[in-house]
Each structure stands twice: as C-alpha cells, then as structure tokens.
Design a binder for this molecule. Structure first.
Ligand SMILES: NC(=O)c1ccc[n+]([C@@H]2O[C@H](COP(=O)([O-])OP(=O)(O)OC[C@H]3O[C@@H](n4cnc5c(N)ncnc54)[C@H](OP(=O)(O)O)[C@@H]3O)[C@@H](O)[C@H]2O)c1
Length: 290
C-alpha cells in the first residue's frame, strides 16, 4: 500500500498498522529532509509525481490534505490546489498505473441537519473546507472508475490527541476544563479508521463509504464521561458555548454518518461514541492511572 501523506495523523497510524501486519508499504512526505526510498517526496500542490514512478502498489490511500477549517477559510486558493486540483491529478496518475485509490473525506460535505446521514444524502457543505472536499468527491466520482473508493469520517482522534490528553492532564490535576456544550461529534479512533481503510483495500470495493460513531454526543458529554472514567470531580467540567476566532463556520448540529454499507462489506460496525476515551483512559480506571 502507498500512503499519500505519511506524516498525517491518520496516515501515521495507518503506517503503524501496516508495519504490525507485515504489509509492504510506502508513506510519502512533503518534507525534503525526511525523503528516502520508503518515503517518496510528494507535494500535492506542485503536482510532481516522479518519486512514485518505480513504486508498484496495489492501493493508495490519500491522507494528505489541508484538513483544517480555519486553514481553508484563510487560504481558499492555496488549499484548493491541494484538496481538489492536486488530489484529482494524483488520482488520475495512480489509476493510470493500475493503483486503486482510497480517498478520505468528511462529514463536512453535508449540512449536518440529520443524524446518521445516509450516503445518498446530497452534499451541502457550509465551509470552504467542506466545499473543497465535496468538489474532490465529485471529481473522483466523475472519473467513473472502479478503482476509486471514497471513505468519509466524522471526527477521528489519534493516539496523541492534544484535546483528550489535555483534558486528562487537567482533570487529574483538579484543574477545570471548558468543553463545548453546543458542538457535537460522532468520534472514532484513528486505529478504527485504519482498520476500515485496510478492509476497503482488501475488499477492492469502489464507491462511497462512511464511518463514524453510532450517534452524536457533545464535547461536554465526552469530557464528563472522561471525568467519570478517571474518578475526577465532575464539577471540574465547565461546559461553554463554541465561539471565538477559531470558529469559521457554524458547527453542524449532527455529524454522525450511516456506516451500514461498510458494515455489510467488511463487518465493521459504528462504535459507541465514548469508545474513543479508551485512547486516554481505560473503561474501569478510577485512579486516573491507566
Ligand atoms: N482527523 C479527522 O478528524 C478527519 C475527519 C474526517 C476526515 N479527515 C480526512 O482525513 C485525511 C487525513 O486527516 P488527518 O487529520 O490525518 O490530517 P492531518 O493530520 O491534518 O495531516 C495532513 C497532512 O497533509 C500534509 N499536507 C498538507 N499539504 C500538503 C501538500 N501540499 N502536499 C502533500 N502533503 C500535504 C501535511 O504535511 P505536513 O505534516 O508536512 O504538514 C500533513 O501531514 C484528510 O483528508 C482529512 O480531510 C480527517
């Protein structure tokens, strides 16, 4: 497998998963100092693919992106060159070489008006990031190739997630935390995301798939559950409303996605949203040391 964007949060967990499975893989970087035979240099913005010319991969997963709402809002043209133009050009190059392409997309292509949104729901993005990811999806589907798979996630937490680790650190130090009460998530772990990517690669299934937790919860509910797991005082969790300069579009009411197509194909079901807390606290932890 070829991972485009090996330094991304999801790409690095995918690489570790492939390492454990003993699967041959390459993981691209855009950092010249990190370049090596197993780390081809690829910048989606520059559209030079020569480092990939000798690589024979069955499947590629495109994890590289300008993946932050604020970044896309601040630089629509620069991020479109990465998220849309570069992504589509690289996909055409890979398909011509006989490499299947798995592209990672997001719930942000939808309007968030209903929970557990079906794959058939028309896109209606509310942010620059969402519009770019929707344009990439449309461009990929227009290729009408049975070598293209799109996998949408909602929130994905990695093993080093600074929000969850920061909450854990503060709760254990009896320091109050202020999670958003009006922002929802249907989170999964990056490990589960990697499992889904590998399952789709092995199944060689084309088309649109989705994976999120089974339902939405607020960040405040997630933080309260973490306090419970750690045996911390629940009064340390002081919910507040989302706002401030980091919020560039109104958060969607619902983020959860219908996972049933993925479940039918590879048997992977939408998890409980609180399962992501296993990343930072075991379910029965009372001392906070896990
Ligand atoms: N994380 C989530 O919650 C989530 C949810 C839904 C969908 N997704 C999608 O999943 C994918 C991976 O997300 P992530 O959170 O793992 O991403 P991430 O951690 O933000 O990493 C993005 C990566 O893209 C690389 N990159 C940026 N511009 C590039 C360019 N011009 N050429 C080549 N590489 C470039 C960055 O390289 P540097 O490290 O060198 O800066 C970085 O490693 C994205 O498509 C994202 O939209 C993520």
């Amino acid at each position: 497998m070829l991972i485009i964007g090996g330094d991304s949060m999801i790409g690095s967990v995918l690489a570790a998963t492939l390492d454990q499975a003993g699967t041959r893989h390459w993981a691209t970087t855009r950092r010249p100092a990190a370049r090596s035979p197993d780390r081809p240099l690829i910048d989606l913005g520059s559209q030079h693919w020569s480092d990939l010319d000798t690589i024979e991969a069955d499947a590629a997963c495109i994890c590289a992106a300008s993946a932050r709402l604020a970044q896309c809002h601040a630089d629509p043209a620069g991020t479109e060159a990465v998220n849309v133009t570069g992504t589509l050009a690289l996909t055409r190059y890979l398909l011509a070489r006989g490499t299947r392409v798995i592209h990672l997309s997001t719930n942000q292509v939808l309007d968030g008006a209903i929970p557990v949104a079906p794959t058939e729901r028309p896109v209606a993005p509310a942010s620059v990031y969402g519009r770019q990811k929707a344009a990439a999806e449309a461009g990929l589907l227009d290729l009408a190739s049975d070598g293209v798979t799109i996998l949408r996630f909602a929130k994905v937490f990695g093993p080093e997630d600074t929000l969850l680790l920061g909450w854990r650190r503060d709760l254990l130090a009896a320091t109050p935390i202020t999670p958003f009460s009006d922002m929802t998530a249907a989170p999964i772990s990056a490990h589960l995301a990697a499992t889904a990517i590998l399952g789709l690669a092995n199944a060689r299934a084309a088309g649109l798939f989705q994976l999120s937790a089974a339902r939405d919860i607020s960040y405040a509910e997630l933080a309260l559950a973490l306090a419970g797991r750690l045996g911390a005082d629940p009064d340390l969790v002081r919910p507040k409303l989302a706002g401030g300069p980091a919020i560039v579009s109104t958060p969607p009411r619902y983020t959860s996605l219908d996972t049933s197509r993925l479940t039918a194909l590879i048997g992977l079901a939408a998890p409980d949203p609180y399962a992501v807390l296993d990343l930072v606290a075991t379910p029965h932890s009372v001392s906070g040391i896990s």
